[in-house]
Write a protein that binds this ligand. Structure first.
Ligand code: APR
Ligand code: ZN
Length: 243
């Protein structure tokens, strides 16, 4: 199972990377489905769904305030750094789709990033069409209100039952389409592969002719979709993966 042979970079190579919570685990950020993960301590439907927000918005803001506070203390790890270095080498032949909301890929230096599930430090209004805005404020007690229209503010995060931003999906599709006819690698790292549409990207890329590689602490359910599986910590494997 552990195929540690490094991936050779050449001028034709396109790389689409998909990251999940496991990539930030070594930075000290809690994952969702591991033991002691966030979804063992919180009910998903209470803190990460539109229905939960409608029922108890203060609880939702308490949850995301804790996430903001915890993530603010964390720094990128060598796995993030390796992906930033890879983008430096490949430029537009690289795209990073992340399910992570912690922003650490940007801190590490990646710029070609699609934050599929939104961003922890971005807030938007639930009532008016004002643009989502950068926000690191904490609201452990009361629900913040929009100073333009008075509606409740909410985290700019894609919750269960919500659609991803079509522009984000388009950007990923465009990258895959442009990679046709070239050598392409799809690299997933630190994700349990159960949340769609992210979990379906491996199949899309495989149909487009990509070599599919997974770096994960343990083999998840969708392991069969990958040509190569490397079990290990992303902070240790990713820095050695590309030569
Ligand atoms: N290196 C590599 N993989 C790791 C590491 C590590 N250091 N630590 C944990 N992992 C692996 C776990 O084995 C697990 O398979 O990372 C995976 C994390 O899985 P999840 O907790 O399910 O996180 P993710 O796949 O990102 O979840 C997807 O679900 O609720 C949501 O919206 C949330 O974006 C999230 C989505
Ligand atoms: Zn408003």
């Amino acid at each position: 199972m552990n195929d540690l042979a490094p991936l050779r970079l050449d001028d034709d190579l396109r790389v689409l990377v998909l990251t999940g919570a496991g990539v930030s685990a070594e930075s000290g950020i809690a994952t969702f489905r591991d033991s002691n993960g966030l979804w063992e301590q919180h009910r998903v439907e209470d803190v990460a769904s539109p229905e939960g927000f409608a029922r108890d918005p203060a609880l939702v803001w308490r949850f995301y305030s804790l996430r903001r506070e915890a993530a603010a203390k964390c720094a990128p790890n060598p796995g993030h750094a390796a992906l930033a270095a890879l983008e430096d080498r490949l430029g537009d032949r690289f795209l990073l789709a992340t399910q992570n909301i912690d922003g650490l890929h940007g801190v590490a230096g990646n710029t070609r990033v699609v934050e599929m599930h939104g961003n922890l430090y971005t807030t938007r209004c639930s009532g008016c069409d004002r643009r989502p805005f950068r926000d690191d404020s904490l609201h452990p007690d009361a629900v913040p209100r929009c100073d333009r229209c008075g509606s409740m503010l909410r985290p700019h995060i894609v919750w269960f039952g919500e659609r991803l931003d079509p522009a984000d999906l388009q950007r990923i599709e465009d990258f895959i389409r442009a990679a046709r006819g070239h050598r392409m690698v799809f690299l997933a790292a630190g994700t349990s592969g159960v949340v769609y549409p992210a979990a379906g990207l491996v199949d899309v890329c495989r149909r487009a002719g990509a070599e599919t590689v997974l770096v994960n602490l343990e083999a998840p359910d969708n392991v069969g979709a990958f040509d190569r599986v490397i079990t290990g910590r992303s902070g240790e494997v990713l820095p050695a993966l590309f030569v």
